[in-house]
Design a protein around this ligand. Sequence first.
Ligand code: CA2
Length: 148
Amino acid sequence: MPKPIYVLNGPNLNLLGKRQPEIYGHETLADVERDCVALARELGHGIRFLQSNWEGQIVDWIHEARDQGSGVVINPAALTHTSVAVLDALNAFEGPVIEVHISNVHKRESFRRHSYVSLRADGVIAGLGTEGYRLALRRVASLLAAAG
Ligand code: CA2
């Protein structure tokens, strides 16, 4: 069985599609998961799609991915801007990592322009809406294929 790509979602993303649609759109996280599962299948991969409001849980899932995952797509949400713990965990993960933000963080408050996670990410997608998750999955799949 090939290892799944981990798709990790940080705090408050469980509210996607339920609040602030002007920033984050109308799709729910369940919609995003459904589309990611379908695309991953097309690309010949499985995924483990997860969300937590707890920093330590995100860190634990990144640790799990070290043995059980092939790559990571991560929207760390607010932890992007605060969490050295998430960065340290990602630094211990050897496969491809793509960071996703639904909104264009560069068009918002200045604190959103700094990302700890970008110090490790192989690529960053911001402002492409929930389509960013699918683009990130495609990139992880192509990096995995290139690595053989
Ligand atoms: O644009 C993104 O994807 C963010 O990672 C979303 C985070 C924010 O802190 C980052 O700066 C950018 C916030 C996630 C909270 O998501 C909500 C969705 C709907 C309603 C309320 C919050």
